[in-house]
Design a protein around this ligand. Structure first.
Ligand code: AMP
Length: 362
């Protein structure tokens, strides 16, 4: 999707992708090699103006290697923070961005200590390499001894790797703020915010995103989220698109995690915003002016997970835009998405009902 956004701007792309059948091949040259293959990396950076990533688990050492040889945006530091849930939570907390109580777990003693300080209910997650709800275990117990026992059991079931224990957040909704920050022009970096997005997950995987967020009719949450994301981007001297996911609670926003890249909850911007997140990411990292980010009416993006729908059924729905990624079918895999745009949020209800009747999940 980055490649498709950049071709009309006259950009050329080279991609590095370890697994076979890379969907990006339609948009440029693919180097099919591992992230630590120095020959492949040398071919990747040869003559590049700028490098970027759209996958969080690119090893930090690879990002550092690239950054020493060509411009890399977002920075290797932003990637390293996003790869470690403890570093990420500490970065939020140090900037005054609200987070739930949390503690590190990497020994039996820490598991006991974390269980006692965080308490139940809580969520144990691997510090690294978790995504789409993988590497997580929800602990519903509440009594002191029961929580200690459940956390210890959960930590063993996650393979005793370094973890974070987070308090369970009783959220009323989940939202994300996506923003782009450009390179410095006249002593300041331009920033553009997309409307606040409301997200619904199924089994830890994003099912649907709606913009502007229906849970924020007065725009107060959007305003708070913008402040948090602006402080985060400025503290990291960030360049590119960033997404920060928040829980909405009675006491306001609680930050869940950041993605230093274009984000699934922003895929609706291809059809629904004045400039897509993909185009704005490319504009930001190549030092171009950012494009406007307003939503045209209201927009809903629905992920296609595990099963591809019948194309003709989707295209028969008024206003539906189908995006298939050209990936092989596998249970739980995101194969594409569908965007529905309408004049206003109420007008989305009927086409969304029709869409839901055509979809299978998983
Ligand atoms: P994550 O991988 O951290 O984005 O978690 C995936 C999903 O699990 C989130 O979008 C939430 O729906 C749920 N979740 C994760 N952490 C918590 C938490 N501390 N409290 C409540 N729900 C959570």
């Amino acid at each position: 999707m980055l490649g498709l956004a950049g071709i009309p701007l006259g950009f050329q792309f080279r991609f590095l992708e370890p697994s076979a059948g890379c969907p990006a091949a339609i948009a440029g040259e693919v180097i099919p090699t591992d992230y630590d293959d120095l020959d492949g990396l040398a071919r990747l950076v040869d003559g590049l103006a700028v490098a970027t990533y759209e996958f969080e688990n690119v090893p930090a050492a690879t990002a550092d290697w690239i950054a020493q040889r060509c411009d890399l945006a977002p920075s290797a530091r932003a990637l390293a923070i996003a790869q470690d849930r403890i570093a990420e939570k500490c970065a939020f907390r140090d900037l005054g961005i609200p987070v739930q109580p949390f503690a590190a777990v990497s020994t039996d003693a820490e598991a006991v200590h974390a269980a006692r300080t965080v308490g139940g209910p809580c969520v144990l997650k691997t510090r690294r390499l978790g995504y789409d709800g993988k590497g997580q275990c929800v602990i519903r117990e509440t009594g002191d001894a029961a929580v200690v026992e459940a956390v210890t059991r959960g930590w063993n079931s996650l393979g005793r790797v370094a973890c974070i224990l987070e308090a369970f957040v009783p959220f009323t909704a989940e939202v994300s703020m996506i923003a782009a920050r450009g390179k410095r022009v006249h002593h300041a970096n331009p920033i553009a915010f997309y409307p606040l997005i409301q997200n619904v997950h199924r089994e830890g995987i994003l099912f649907r995103s709606v913009a502007p967020a229906p849970c924020d009719p007065l725009g107060e949450l959007a305003c708070a989220a913008q402040g948090h994301v602006q402080r985060l981007m400025e503290s990291l001297d960030y360049v590119g698109v960033i997404a920060v996911e928040f829980f909405v609670t009675d006491a306001g926003l609680v930050a869940n995690e950041m993605a230093p890249r274009v984000h699934n909850s922003g895929h609706w911007t291809i059809d629904g915003a004045a400039t897509s997140q993909f185009e704005n990411h490319l504009r930001a990292i190549s030092g171009m002016p950012l494009g406007p980010t307003g939503v045209r009416g209201a927009c809903a993006m629905t992920n296609l997970v595990g099963t591809a729908p019948v194309t003709a059924e989707i295209l028969a729905i008024q206003g539906a835009r189908l995006h298939l990624y050209g990936k092989g079918v596998r249970p739980g895999r995101k194969l594409g998405h569908i965007t529905l745009c309408a004049e206003d949020p109420a007008a989305l209800a009927r086409p969304l009902d029709r869409l839901d009747a055509c979809l299978k999940w998983g």
